[in-house]
Design a protein around this ligand. Structure first.
Ligand code: KG4
Ligand code: ZN
Length: 350
């Protein structure tokens, strides 16, 4: 175990400042500072607030991770940092910090892709990922279906949302139901009291005519509008809004589409492993529906525990460790933060 690389990962692409430390596939520390409360009154993440919060949190979070893992910076074999995609100003804080630490301690640096890190984190909980696998990443910032044949090289994007991300849809619907931010956890809870079959909300991009161009893409903005219209109509008629039924029916529409497309992607690519990551992977109905549907086709579903599904430093360290073990060359010290970083590269080439 001592021979496995000791890798530190820094994550600042959105509203979580994360510093994780792993040795091989073993998680030693996962320190996190979140600015989510500071964004709550705006109903979504405000980039300037996120950047400033990262700046304040990065050094204390770094110290906490090193203390939790009982190591010093000198012990670390490599530093990995999210180079993109994400909010430009937020990414810059993590990338600048990682460069500073790498330069000061003379360590190799890996600028890594945030989405690939969401995939890699599962190895900390469930061991090496069988390849090829399908990964479905669903969060406030992304909704993607990926074919993972080699996590050290590149990942093939099969589809993504063409408008809102899945988590964004949860957040917007929660807002219009007056449930607060972030919307996912509260809709998940509220939905348990409701009837998911009570309202037939639309399933975006599932019609036969969408198969050719958008088989593996998602669309959630029509669903969000349908919920808004439904609620408005009730209010206009002076009737109470059945919040639990609306929550349950909305959640069902999202989870139905996500799981149907994920299983279709597995079958179309002859893949037996489906990995689900990102904040929305914490959704209880999504987990149940995915296992039910996957089970019928002999597909194994892997979902990391909720703390590892949402953004964190451990996922970046996990991907860094994977790259170091595979002998991938580090990035250059002048690596850029790239808010639109493509998935064809898992790390910034050296
Ligand atoms: O991965 P994450 O922490 O941050 C990024 O957006 O990258 O994901 C946060 C998102 C939010 O939109 C939140 O509403 C959603 O994940 N979320 C959930 C649940 N828990 C968090 N959505 C549905 N059900 C949940 N239980
Ligand atoms: Zn994320």
């Amino acid at each position: 175990m001592r021979d496995e690389p000791l890798v530190l990962g820094i994550e600042t692409s959105c509203d979580e400042t994360g510093v994780g430390i792993v040795r091989g596939h073993t998680l030693l520390a996962d320190a996190l500072a979140s600015s989510v409360d500071q964004h709550a009154r705006f109903g979504g993440v405000v980039p300037e607030i996120a950047s400033r919060a990262h700046l304040e949190a990065i050094v204390p979070t770094m110290r906490r991770a090193l203390a939790d893992a009982r190591v010093t910076l000198a012990d670390i074999d490599a530093i990995a940092v999210t180079a993109g995609p994400g909010l430009a100003g937020a990414l810059l804080v993590g990338v600048a910090a990682a460069k500073g630490y790498a330069l000061a301690a003379d360590k190799p640096i890996y600028g890594v892709n945030h989405l690939a890190a969401h995939v890699a984190v599962d190895t900390l909980e469930h061991g090496p990922l069988p390849e090829p696998a399908i990964a479905m990443l669903v969060s406030g910032g992304h909704s993607s279906l990926l074919l993972v044949d080699d996590l050290t090289a590149g990942v093939t994007p099969l589809g993504a949302t063409i408008d809102d991300a899945a988590g964004e849809a949860f957040d917007k619907v929660a807002r219009l139901l007056g449930l607060g931010f972030p919307g996912g956890p509260v809709i998940d809870r509220t939905a348990t009291e409701g009837d998911r079959r009570s309202i037939a909300f639309p399933r975006g991009l599932t019609a036969a005519r969408d198969q050719a161009a958008h088989r593996f893409d998602f669309s959630f903005s029509g669903l969000k509008t349908a919920v808004a219209r439904w609620v408005e109509a009730r209010e206009r008629d002076g009737e109470p809004v059945p919040v639990a039924d609306v929550s349950a029916s909305f959640q069902e529409a999202v989870c139905d589409v996500l799981t149907a497309k994920a299983i279709d992607a597995c079958l179309a690519n002859g893949v037996r492993t489906l990995l689900i990551g990102g904040g929305v992977a914490a959704n209880s109905r999504l987990r149940v529906l995915a296992s039910e549907r996957a089970g019928k086709h002999g597909i194994e579903v892997r979902v990391p525990r909720p703390q590892l599904c949402t953004d964190n430093g451990a996922m970046v360290a996990a991907l860094g460790s994977h790259l170091v073990a595979a002998g991938v060359a580090p990035s250059r010290l002048d690596l850029p933060a790239d808010s639109a970083m493509s998935l064809t590269a898992v790390s910034v080439a050296g």
